[in-house]
Design a protein around this ligand. Structure first.
Ligand SMILES: Cc1cc2nc3c(=O)[nH]c(=O)nc-3n(C[C@H](O)[C@H](O)[C@H](O)COP(=O)(O)OP(=O)(O)OC[C@H]3O[C@@H](n4cnc5c(N)ncnc54)[C@H](O)[C@@H]3O)c2cc1C
Length: 409
């Protein structure tokens, strides 16, 4: 049996961030990753804010700074925003994951790749005994003072510790096209109930002449692949030419909603396992990494104090919700409205946003990590936008006091 202080399950951005911080603080950290290679297979469109690069302490994964976005409605009407400075970055996601794992390993964390966590067996002498499988065949046992579930959307750790799962998992499907038409300086977002009810389709330049094209939608029984096929038809109208010869596909899920508890006795959940995902975009790299930093701070204190009880670890839950709870709450409320809009409403929304004053507000206040800030301002400026939503909710969204975007510098 392998004895460690902290067992982190999952070597994605959240897991490697926790591992880095705790190893740097002097704890004995082991990371289990079920795949043999960290970062593969890639399950992401790779669009992040500068905050992610700052948290990673490196810009090495950046393939392309992105200055703007175009949002297209069901009838192909569009609205475009462009800022002088980069507003997002298209990254090589596998390279980000590798960089973060490498940083954690240099700080002293050890990685067991090709090892899948299976179950929690028992609690014994102030430790948790866990069972895992190496290379799909060999049983391995670990004994840890603390377990961190950073094992993504289908978290086995959450199940093993009886922590409830997020309410909604949106199926997603994406393909990579090595050659693609389109403006490589911006991302494109596509709204339509025909191919993306509940979220959107996307086109993201990969910085090498190609693009990542995908869609995520409500789990309504239709497969994400089916919605993706419809998106590709729509895109051939959008670009006036078919998108051909994709080199790879990915299918995954995006957790949206509120996990009521992200801690328990000797356990913390971070990243997608805790549904720390922006409800309006499905992006979770920034929120997961930042929450992982918070988790590491609380865990460090708890390990030193020798108190890993759920009452001590609850502080983590409160701390990450202090940073993201308000934004997630507003975003979930907006999402409830968004999912009820018809295609005609979505076309009207695009038309309304085209008015020049609103465009100026979007460029000035748009923030991909805290999108409800700009929505709140837009609602204050545009009666036509307010008309698209139920009265009481519109008033609630506009009346909530401004809150501070955390300063991570
Ligand atoms: C199609 C798609 C596009 C996306 N695009 C973006 C985007 O552009 N920008 C953005 O910010 N976010 C995006 N996201 C969301 C983003 O990918 C996730 O929020 C992010 O990866 C979460 O990081 P994580 O570390 O919590 O989990 P993950 O990155 O999912 O890492 C979990 C790790 O745990 C491992 N694991 C799982 N179970 C076990 C087990 N039992 N034992 C051992 N290891 C295990 C997995 O192999 C994986 O390596 C996208 C998601 C999808 C599906």
């Amino acid at each position: 049996m392998e004895r460690v202080d902290v067992l982190v399950v999952g070597a994605g951005p959240a897991g490697s961030t926790v591992a880095y911080r705790l190893a740097k603080a002097g704890h004995d950290v082991r990371v289990l990753e079920e795949h043999r290679q960290v970062g593969h297979p890639v399950q992401c469109a790779g669009l992040v804010s500068k905050r992610v690069l700052d948290l990673a302490g490196s810009h090495a994964s950046v393939r392309k700074p992105v200055h703007g976005a175009a949002v297209f409605g069901p009838s192909l009407g569009s609205v475009e925003f462009r800022a002088p400075e980069p507003r997002a970055y298209s990254i090589d996601r596998a390279s980000l994951d590798l960089e973060l794992a490498d940083r954690a390993a240099r700080a002293g964390a050890r990685f067991d790749t090709g090892v899948r966590f299976d179950r929690r067996r028992e609690d014994r002498d102030g430790r948790v005994v866990l069972e895992a499988t190496r290379d799909g065949a060999t049983p391995v046992e670990y004994s840890a003072r603390l377990v961190v579930g950073a094992d993504g959307v289908a978290s086995t750790v959450a199940r093993a510790f009886r922590l409830r799962r997020p309410v909604e998992i949106l199926p997603a499907f994406e393909a990579e096209f090595p050659r693609s038409p389109g403006d490589t300086d911006r991302v494109e977002v596509y709204l339509s109930n025909a191919f993306a009810p509940g979220l959107f389709g996307w086109w993201i330049p990969d910085g090498q002449g190609g693009a990542r094209v995908g869609v995520a939608a409500n789990a309504d029984g239709t497969s994400a692949r089916h919605y993706y096929d419809r998106l590709v038809v729509y895109l051939s109208r959008r670009f006036g030419t078919p998108l051909t010869s994709p080199t790879s596909y990915l299918a995954s899920g995006i957790p949206i909603g509120n996990v009521p508890r992200t801690y328990g006795d000797r356990v913390l959940l971070v990243g997608d396992a805790a549904a720390q995902v922006k409800p309006l975009s499905g992006g979770g790299i920034f929120t997961g990494m930042r929450s992982a930093e918070i988790a590491a701070g609380i865990a460090d204190g708890a390990l030193r104090a020798g108190d890993l009880s759920s009452s001590r670890l609850e502080e983590y839950d409160r701390a990450w919700r202090r940073e993201f709870g308000e934004e997630f709450g507003r975003a979930l409320a907006l999402r409830r409205i968004f999912t009820r809009l018809t295609d005609a409403d979505l076309d009207r929304l695009i038309e309304t946003l085209r008015s020049s004053e609103l465009l100026g507000t979007i460029v000035a206040f748009g923030d991909i990590d805290f999108p409800t800030h700009v929505v709140r301002r837009l609602l204050g400026e545009s009666p036509s936008l307010v008309r698209l939503m139920p009265k009481a909710l519109g008033a609630w969204l506009r009346s909530r006091p401004e809150y501070q975007v955390p300063d991570l510098a």
